[in-house]
Design a protein around this ligand. Structure first.
Ligand code: ADP
Length: 486
């Protein structure tokens, strides 16, 4: 009987139960793919109110107290909906039974007790990993994610006999930084304080627990793994990442092609595939009608979807617009975020009726219609750990134009003359992250767009790319085996 690898995946969000970003998609996609590969993978998540409301009566495994937390704790066991993946829930109602998001209020203010909430969660994860809470199960390896569970590898490092640990950085911009006195209130072992521990220039920085103490580090693309070792991307943590570079690997995220595939997408009016592109023209007509785009139906249509924040670089598109609109281009924008940027987008659309249109807000169905109906997808992120939309765009034959950074650099092959000649190109890259460089790449794209057979060849090549979770899970599995000395 072969030994079945046992993995505990600790996370503060999981799609479809609770999601604010890419971590939720990784938790779902990776755990399902590992499960299909025969791994005994189990998830552990805080029992937020919104999560308990979606699960049928989870089974109680244990009730106990932990250091640094005056409230009783319950460990529950359920399953990720529509899967066979076991899901542990850490239930501390005083911490997680709230109206609002996982990290803050509906208005976007962080919960003031976030350090207590995630230190307690991490402690329970560590105890579960050490076999102290579920008498029937102990993992060989714990996979922790982002600052919310970064204390898990730190706590495990203090144990003589412990499972191996992997820590994944989904976005180094979020570090879990708090004033030093919070450290004492969490009753963490004194040995974890100091510059070689969780202290960072006098503050408590949770993510250091993962960066310093995990056996292996990963991040969500090979290029981002390199970038975070440099000052512009490292937020002062780059020296640690350089020091640990032998144990740092980049694994590009997968995407869920069950949800994102123009062959069967329920949100789009016409389906298509590389051999039957006709449906895409009908989707483009529907998208134009939705946004009130006017003029030549064959005019190139570019799109942006994403959070309207500095990271995503939508301002570069607005800056480049005077150079772009001279070329018959149309543009649609879907996003929400910073009030100033939202206002700029709104004003720009108002100034160019029939040519530029925007929907400010979050709209999943519209995101699918845009992916299907647009010709070009603009992703000028200043930094991008992995990015999903450029990968969806490839599958939808919506040629991505991306800043050469992070996962964008790793998933899109530039249509340089050599790559076009070799038949490897799938989109357009530019650098640096400026409006001029973006405009230059869009002009290159429009030049090729005018040559329909070559453009369709580019679309087809993008559509044939495979960024499935099965592929990514294979890389994680290889890393887990390595971490276990296999
Ligand atoms: P990040 O996690 O940094 O926001 P990603 O590209 O990794 O960026 O993932 C963003 C996801 O959120 C994509 O699936 C994208 O389609 C979706 N998304 C972002 N903004 C919106 C919006 N306004 N409406 C619909 N979907 C959106």
């Amino acid at each position: 009987m072969p030994h079945e690898l046992k993995i505990l995946f600790t996370t503060s969000e999981i799609h479809p139960l609770v999601k604010t970003g890419g971590l939720a998609d990784v938790a779902q996609g990776l755990s399902q793919a590992l499960h299909e590969l025969g791994v005994d993978v189990r998830l552990c998540l805080p029992a937020y109110r919104a999560v308990l409301e979606q699960l049928a009566a989870p089974h109680q495994l244990a009730q106990f107290h932990i250091a640094g937390c005056r409230f009783p704790v319950r460990l529950l066991l359920s399953r990720l909906p529509a899967t066979d993946v076991p899901l542990y829930l850490v239930d501390i109602p005083q911490y997680y039974d709230r109206v609002g998001g996982p990290y803050g209020t509906a208005e976007g203010l962080d919960w003031p007790d976030n350090p207590q909430r995630f230190a307690a969660f991490s402690r329970v994860c560590a105890d579960l990993a050490l076999g102290r809470l579920d008498p029937h199960w102990q993992p060989d390896l714990v996979h922790a994610n982002d600052w919310q569970t970064a204390l898990v590898p730190a706590l495990l490092s203090l144990e003589m006999r412990r499972p191996a640990s992997v820590f994944t950085i989904h976005n180094l911009a979020y570090q879990g930084r708090f004033p030093a006195d919070v450290f004492r209130r969490l009753a963490l072992p004194e040995s974890l304080w100091g510059p070689d521990g969780l202290e960072f220039y006098g503050d408590l920085v949770f993510i250091k627990g993962g960066l310093l103490f995990a056996d292996w580090l990963t991040t969500v693309s090979p290029t981002y793994a390199q970038e975070i070792q440099t000052p512009p991307f490292g937020y002062g943590l780059d020296p640690i990442l350089r020091w640990r570079k032998e144990r740092l690997v980049g694994i590009l995220n997968g995407v869920d092609y069950h949800q994102w595939d123009p062959r069967r997408d329920p949100f789009i009016p016409a389906h298509y595939d590389p051999d039957h592109l006709g449906g895409k023209a009908r989707d483009k007509a529907a998208l134009r009608a939705h946004f009130g785009i006017l003029g030549d139906p064959d005019a190139p249509l570019a799109a942006f979807i994403g959070r309207l924040v500095d990271q995503k670089g939508a301002d570069l598109i607005l800056d480049a617009l005077p150079h772009l609109l001279t070329r018959d281009l149309r543009l649609v924008i879907l996003g929400s975020g910073d009030a100033d940027l939202e206002m700029r987008v709104r004003r720009t659309a108002d100034a160019h009726p029939g040519q530029v249109a925007a929907h400010l807000g979050y709209n999943e169905a519209l995101a699918h219609l845009i992916e299907a109906g647009a010709d070009l997808f603009l992703m000028p992120s200043r930094f991008e750990p992995c990015g999903l939309n450029q990968i969806y765009s490839l599958r939808y034959g919506t040629v991505p134009v991306v800043h050469r950074t992070g996962g964008l650099a790793d998933s899109v092959v530039d249509a340089s003359p050599e790559n076009l000649a070799q038949g490897t190109a799938t989109g357009f890259q530019f650098a640096p992250a400026t409006a001029d460089a973006l405009a230059g790449a869009v002009h290159r794209a429009l030049h090729l767009y005018a040559d329909r057979p070559r453009w369709e060849a580019l679309m087809r090549r993008g559509m044939a790319q495979d960024f499935s979770w099965q592929r990514a899970a294979g890389h994680y599995l290889a890393l887990y085996r390595r971490a276990l000395g296999g």
